[in-house]
Design a protein around this ligand. Sequence first.
Ligand code: VOV
Length: 248
Amino acid sequence: MPEAVETMDGWYCLHDLRKIDWTKWKKASEEERKQAIDELQSMIREWEAVSEARDGSHAFYSLIGQKADIILMILRPTIKELEDIELRFNKSKFAEFTTPSYSYVSVVELSKYMSKAGDNPEENPGVRARLKPKLPQWDHICFYPMDKRRNGNDNWYMLPMDERRQLMYEHSLTGRKYAGEIKQIITGSMGFDDWEWSVTLFANDVLQIKKIVYEMRFDVVTARYGEFGPFYVGNILQTDEIPSYLAV
Ligand code: VOV
């Protein structure tokens, strides 16, 4: 019988994607726009303080293409805190000028495929740190949800553990080639959202994102078992640059 791999779960994660209603934004008075921007910046600065204290982390990026304009990715120790942040954002002045386009609820996940028998990776400080990651403020983000296929002969969940471990090992070798170029955050979302995992990639060279996603398509685990949702790609939106991003 195939057996489930044990997962280690860390901070809870919300990806909150919105469109900006530019028509409404342009019609607003200068004073209203200033109020919205000031409140948004002070909210983000509060999150920066939370991140400094290592009680959470976040990423704020503008997106390219028509699927959404901005993405806020936020990590917190509890799912309740994610709700508080979502609510606060929804009640903010700036939210009056946005419409929701996508959201994703998950939890930072590492599996024990690679751990040695008898080891408890949860005691490893490196593993613990990866469960509560500080998101890098790199220039670009790429976010997408994905599944492992369950279809006829291509059913990931019917494979024996050793076979899955081997395929994940091969996956990790491709991943390691991108050390220093790509930082990946994998979150699990079974029971939380519509896909099984979310993948968030950070890069300073945006082309590295295309290269890793392409190269991984040839790993058996992806070629045979990977299914993908929509892809979102964007540029970092520094807190100080928000006024110029929103200037009309
Ligand atoms: C920087 C790149 C990079 C590296 C080094 C890396 C390594 C690793 C390791 C060592 C492990 C297994 C142990 C663990 O840590 O969980 C994983 C796990 C996982 N990965 Fe990965 N991955 C990368 C990158 C990376 C990418 C780009 C993708 C998307 C796939 C693609 O085709 O678009 C991905 C997916 C996943 C998933 C969905 C899982 C969980 C699968 C499960 O069944 O549990 N991943 N991954």
